[in-house]
Design a protein around this ligand. Structure first.
Ligand code: IVH
Length: 664
C-alpha cells in the first residue's frame, strides 16, 4: 500500500511538472503520448484505490456533475477596474498626476499586455486552490471553482511554500485558435456565434456543466495580488516573478519602464505587433511598480490611481464590395456574403465577409459596388462596419433579398420569431450537400474519404438523395465518378461501412437536428438507448433531462415526428445503421436532490461519496445555496456548514445519509 501511495504521488508530481512545462512555460518536455501514458497510469491506480484520491490530483480537474447555479462570493479586497486612455497625450497627463500624487519623480512603471478576457480571483490556502471567482461587479462575483479547475494553465496546487493564504488575480482568456474553432462548431450547429474571444471566455466560464468548460481550451495569466496572509513582495514586478516561481503562468511580455516616453514607445510597438500573438489583447496596462506607492496614490473608488490602460483602436481597412452572394446552409438558412477586392487587415488577406442576414444588409444599406470599412470582430472575423456612401457609384441598386432559394428555386420563408430567411424545400440540393458534409464530419459519423468534392458529385448526379442513400452506394457507381478509380472508390465504401459502428450519440448528432450537436446528443443518449426509444418518447421526457430545456426538447420531438425524417431513419435502420447504447441503471432514492458534502466522512472518500450520491440519482454541488437540498457534514466541516445553517438548508450526518439510501 505504501508503494502504491508513493507511486501515485510520484505520478502526480510528474504530471504537474509537465502541465507547468506545457501550459505555463509553453515549453513541453515530453510528447503528448508520454503525457497521456502518465495520466492514464495515475487514473488507473486511483480507480483501484479511490481512498487515495485527493482534490488536488490532476485527475480531479473535471467535476462530473453539472451544478444548479453559482453561489455568490464577496471579494475580501474589491476587484477594481482600470481607467482608460486612448493617446500618448492622455498617458502624459496620467504621468503628471502620478508625480503630483507621489510628490516625487522617483518611481518606475511596469508595462503589460491588456489581455482580452475576463478577470478572476483564485484563492489558494496552504498552496491548494480552494476558490475561483469571477470579478462580477467588483464587490461580489460568482463562485466558478469547478470551471476554473478545468483550466490546465491554472495549478491546483502551488510549489515552493507559498503563503498560507494567497489570492491571485488574473485574466481567463480564450486563445484565438480555440475561439475560431468554437465559432466554426457553432456555425455548423446553426447557433449564434460569439462576437469575440472575451465573450467566448466569459460564456465558457459561466457554464453550469464543467465538462463543457473543459472542452473550451481556456487559459490564464496571473497579473495582480489579492489578499495574502503575510507580505508577499515589495514591488509589482517582484510579485510577478514570485508568481512564476510558485507555478503560476505570467505573461512573458512584461517590461519595466523608467519614463512615460518609454511607456509610450512600448505601447506603440505592441499596437503593431499585437496580431502576431496567439491571443487577443485590446491595449496595454501601465502600473506603478512599488506597492507602497500604490497605497500612497490610493483609488478613486472605481479604479486605482497607480494603474492606467492604453486602449488600441480597432484596426480597419477600406475595400470595395464586388458582389453579394447568398449561401444556403444545412438547415436552409440563407446567408448573404459580401465578396471584396482582397485587402490586408490585421495580419490576413480578407476576401469576403458574412453579412449575417437581410436585416443587417438593410441596416447597413450595403450594395454591390460600395466602398466599405471593414474591421475584424475579435480580430478574427471580418465584418462590414460602415458604408462610405460618398463613393457609391450612381448605378448601385439596393440589394433585393431573394424571394426564391438561389439554388433550388423553391419558396423561402422568414422565421416567425427571428431574422432568418430559410429555403423550405426538403429537396434543396444545397441543403442536402451541407447536411451530408455534416453527417460525414469528424464529430459525427466520421466517414473517411467522403469529402466535399465527392458529395458535390453524388448529389448533382442524383446518386444520393438522403443520408441513407450513402449506404446503398456500390463500387460501380462510385468508380464512374470524376477523379475516382477502383481503389479510391473502395476506400470510400470502407469508410461508409465503418461508420455503421458509430455510437448512438454520433448518429443522433449526425442527423443535424437543430440545436443538437455531439454534446447534447451525448446527454440525450445517456437516457435513451436507441433511435427507437427516442422516437417513441413524449416531449416531456426530453424536458425532464437536466440539461435539455424546452427549446431543445421541442426541436428533438418535432424532428422525430416529421414523416420525411422518419422515412430516412427507417432506411438507415434497414441499411444496418442502428446503434444501441447500454444504459447504466441508477437508483432513485436521492432522485433530483442536490447535495453539498463538507468535512471528513468516516465511511467514504470524497470520490466514493460523490459516486454513491450519483448512483442513487442525486446531484453534487460544490457550494451551498438556497437550491441545495442537503448538506452532508462530516467532522471538521467548515464554512459550508455555517452557510447551510444560515440559509436553513437541511444538514445530515453520515448516519442519517446511510439511512436515506437504505444502507444501515
Ligand atoms: S490589472 C486594479 N493587468 O482589464 C487593476 N488587468 O479594463 C487590476 N486586464 O478588469 C487589474 N490584462 O480584466 C490588469 N495585465 C493586466 C490586464 C488586466 C487585462 C483586464 C482586467 C480588468 C480589465 C480592466
Amino acid at each position: 500500500m505504501k508503494d502504491i501511495k508513493e507511486k501515485i504521488q510520484s505520478l502526480r508530481q510528474q504530471i504537474r511538472k509537465h502541465d507547468n512545462f506545457y501550459y505555463v512555460q509553453n515549453n513541453p518536455q515530453i510528447t503528448d503520448q508520454e503525457y497521456d501514458r502518465l495520466f492514464s497510469e495515475l487514473k488507473k491506480l486511483e480507480q483501484q484505490h479511490p481512498e487515495l484520491i485527493t482534490p488536488d490530483s490532476p485527475t480531479q480537474r473535471v467535476s462530473e456533475q453539472p451544478i444548479d447555479g453559482f453561489a455568490q462570493v464577496t471579494h475580501t479586497i474589491p476587484m477594481l477596474s482600470i481607467d482608460n486612455t486612448y493617446s500618448a497625450e492622455e498617458l502624459k497627463d496620467f504621468d503628471q498626476r502620478v508625480i503630483k500624487g507621489l510628490g516625487t519623480k522617483n518611481y518606475q512603471y511596469v508595462v503589460e499586455l491588456k489581455i482580452d478576457g475576463l478577470a478572476v480571483s483564485l484563492r489558494y490556502e496552504k498552496g491548494i486552490l480552494v476558490l475561483g471567482a469571477t470579478r462580477g461587479d467588483g464587490e461580489k462575483g460568482d463562485d466558478v471553482t469547478n470551471n476554473i479547475k478545468t483550466i490546465k494553465a491554472i495549478p491546483l496546487r502551488l510549489e515552493d511554500q507559498p503563503p498560507d493564504v494567497l489570492e491571485v488575480r488574473g485574466e481567463v482568456y480564450m486563445p484565438k485558435k480555440a475561439f475560431a474553432k468554437l465559432n466554426e462548431e457553432k456555425e455548423k450547429q446553426g447557433e449564434p456565434l460569439f462576437a469575440n474571444p472575451r465573450n467566448a471566455a466569459a460564456g465558457s466560464l459561466k457554464l453550469l456543466d464543467a465538462k463543457t468548460t473543459a472542452q473550451r481550451n481556456l487559459s490564464f495569466f496571473a497579473y495582480a495580488l489579492g489578499e495574502t496572509s503575510e507580505p508577499f513582495a515589495k514591488t509589482h514586478y517582484e510579485s510577478l516573478e514570485k508568481f512564476k516561481k510558485i507555478g503560476l503562468p505570467v505573461n512573458p511580455n512584461i517590461k519595466k519602464a523608467e519614463t512615460i516616453e518609454q511607456v509610450i514607445e512600448i505601447c506603440n510597438q505592441w499596437e503593431d505587433k499585437r496580431f502576431e500573438l496567439p491571443y487577443q489583447i485590446d491595449g496595454m496596462v501601465i502600473k506603478i511598480d512599488r506597492l507602497d506607492q500604490h497605497d500612497i496614490l490610493g483609488t478613486t473608488g472605481r479604479a486605482p490611481r497607480w494603474c492606467m490602460s492604453y486602449k488600441f483602436a480597432a484596426e480597419q481597412a477600406k475595400t470595395k464590395v464586388l458582389s453579394i452572394d447568398v449561401q444556403v446552409g444545412k438547415t436552409g438558412i440563407l446567408t448573404p456574403v459580401a465578396n471584396f477586392e482582397p485587402v490586408l487587415l490585421a495580419g490576413t488577406t480578407v476576401k469576403r465577409a458574412s453579412l449575417h442576414n437581410f436585416d443587417e444588409i438593410d441596416r447597413l444599406d450595403v450594395r454591390q459596388g460600395d466602398t466599405v470599412i471593414i474591421e475584424k470582430a475579435g480580430e478574427i472575423i471580418p465584418q462590414v462596419i460602415e458604408v462610405k456612401k460618398e463613393f457609391r457609384p450612381k448605378e448601385a441598386k439596393p440589394f433585393k433579398p431573394p424571394t426564391k432559394c438561389p439554388v433550388c428555386n423553391s419558396k423561402v420563408e422568414k422565421d416567425p420569431d427571428g431574422v432568418y430567411v430559410r429555403c423550405v424545400s426538403s429537396n434543396c440540393p444545397a441543403q442536402l450537400k451541407e447536411k451530408l458534409r455534416y453527417f460525414a464530419g469528424r464529430d459525427q459519423m466520421d466517414i473517411e474519404n467522403l469529402g466535399p468534392a465527392l458529395i458535390e458529385q453524388l448529389v448533382d448526379k442524383g446518386l444520393v438523395k438522403d443520408f441513407a442513400d450513402l449506404y446503398k452506394l456500390d463500387i460501380f457507381a462510385l468508380a464512374s465518378l470524376e477523379r475516382m478509380a477502383q481503389k479510391s472508390a473502395q476506400n470510400v465504401l470502407d469508410g461508409i461501412e465503418k461508420s455503421k459502428q458509430a455510437p448512438l450519440a454520433r448518429l443522433v448528432a449526425a442527423l443535424g437536428i437543430r440545436h443538437i450537436g455531439i454534446q447534447n446528443a451525448e446527454i440525450l443518449t445517456q437516457q435513451f438507448g436507441s433511435i427507437d426509444e427516442i422516437k417513441g418518447a413524449a416531449e416531456e421526457e426530453f424536458t425532464r433531462i437536466e440539461q435539455i430545456g424546452p427549446v431543445l426538447a421541442k426541436s428533438i420531438y418535432e424532428y422525430f415526428h416529421n414523416s420525411n425524417n422518419l422515412k430516412i431513419i427507417d432506411k438507415l435502420t434497414a441499411a444496418g445503421v442502428n446503434p444501441k447504447q447500454k444504459q447504466t441503471k441508477k437508483g432513485d432514492k436521492l432522485s433530483g436532490k442536490t447535495f453539498v458534502v463538507t468535512g471528513t466522512l468516516e465511511n467514504f472518500s470524497r470520490s466514493q461519496i460523490e459516486q454513491t450520491i450519483k448512483d442513487n440519482g442525486g446531484k453534487i454541488s460544490s457550494s451551498v445555496s438556497k437550491k441545495t437540498d442537503y448538506v452532508l457534514a462530516g467532522t471538521e466541516a467548515g464554512s459550508k456548514l455555517d452557510k447551510a445553517q444560515q440559509l436553513g438548508v437541511k444538514i445530515l450526518n453520515e448516519n442519517q445519509f446511510l439511512d436515506m439510501i437504505g444502507k444501515k
